[in-house]
Design a protein around this ligand. Sequence first.
Ligand code: NA7
Length: 539
Amino acid sequence: DPDISTAPLDVVVIGAGVAGLYAMYRLRKQGLRVHGFEAGSGVGGTWYFNRYPGARCDVESFDYSFSFSEELQQDWDWSEKYAAQPEILEYLDHVADRFDLRSGFTFDTRVKSAQFDEESALWRVHTNAGHDVTSRFVVCATGSLSTANMPNIDGRDSFAGDVFHTGFWPHEGVDFTGKRVGVIGTGSSGIQSVPLIAEQADHLYVFQRSANYSVPAGNTPLDDARRAEIKASYAERRALSKRSGGGSPFISDSRSALEVPEDERTAAYEERWRLGGVLFGKTFADQTSNLEANDTAREFAESKIRSVVQDQSIADLLIPNDHPIGTKRIVTDTNYYQTYNRDNVTLVNLKKAPIEAIDATGIKTTESHYDLDALVFATGFDAMTGALDRIDIRGRGGETLRENWHAGPRTYLGLGVNGFPNLFVVTGPGSPSVLSNMILAAEQHVDWIADAIAHLDANNLTTIEPSVEAVDGWLEECSRRASATLFPSANSWYMGANIPGKTRIFMPFIGGFGVYSDICADVAAQGYRGFELNSAVHA
Ligand code: NA7
């Protein structure tokens, strides 16, 4: 490993999650001197921090795994169709050990700032542990859902009981036995944890502001025969995933939901519901672009909720009324709706009576006071831009990334930023990653970045930076594609709508993972079209 005090490094990688681990592997393989910094004490990123009960991936394990090593994918045995957090973390630990990636990272260390020096064309990176290193490139593998959102509720810090956020859950776990527990938030993290907390707690109060659509996971253990079957066709499965919209081997019915006879349509929904999970939202291709088509899926989902929840006045509250189904990520649950049939669970409707304050003994809404022993914030993340926003990143002319992104994130392909030469973003805004399979997306991004660095090195070039026109063009492309869908109509974290004051703009590229990969490959093949490549150091 490089001595990081000997300047300069080739690449600093920020983050040791899925993307950072692969960046370490891939860039080292290219002979580059790479060093990484990670805030956690171990690898895994999202899967290191989100240890709440019920945390589980909503992409099937065989797909949500690295594809870069055939040996790895043949050797690793997933135990369930949808792996739970401990197993995914075990897998990422295995990957880190197997490819000796841990040695490339300094843990328990946060990057505080990164500043581009125009004279030397080098980045200078500072950490909270006092590191001061220089590097030709910086790869931000900082994650899309890595900065927890703790809402600023009056009296939040006065609560005398235990307080948790699903996004940084205690490693030793939490025992809620005999406790009155409040969970704020009914996104994926709330919906996954509520059934398990309800089993332990004396009483559980779920504080819901907006309901979300959730489809049962249909999770099952995998046996040897199923594993062998998938492994035998892994290459095919991966090829299909990499061409697909969502990064998994699934193809929507390309017909409009409206042109299919009703009984056939219902049967299709029934089958997807039985198979489980987010793909229900893609049964027919036009479900998230045509409101009438969407209504058919929405009505089906609503009838399912009604059939499970015994008290129809509670079912009424659990059925979303503010967004078309699928325009916020559909949650993949295990026994969520059933939980509301328990005597020890109360759904609190914050739309009717919002939270006024938190005090020492619990939560006060405009209607009642709820006495609590423990409080769980399942309130999500400052998604896609939060982690980068918290690092003081300065590019040419000392411009900060915050300034550059004040009206919303501005990237080209989600990979580069004008004014910030040699800074790469992985799975960030402008990329399709949050709408697809994060692991395959991270591999694709990192491969592209590694190839770009190899191209510079082979041609004695020093810097790569997208032009303003390329960034503007990409924003327009992203916006054009988003406005052809129903997605911008939802107050989702894709839109930045979950964070008070955040600029509202649909941040991901919604054209699909396969289409995006082709665009990136094409840009590279055309000599990095839209990027300015320079050999001279900027003066
Ligand atoms: P999400 O999906 O952003 O959900 C956060 C939840 O917290 C959501 O129900 C919010 O209600 C609620 N929330 C946030 N702030 C407040 C306040 N101040 N008061 C009451 N309720 C609040 O985050 P998750 O962690 O569940 O999931 C994130 C992604 O991880 C998910 O999409 C998957 O891709 C994996 P709101 O909807 O804003 O009314």
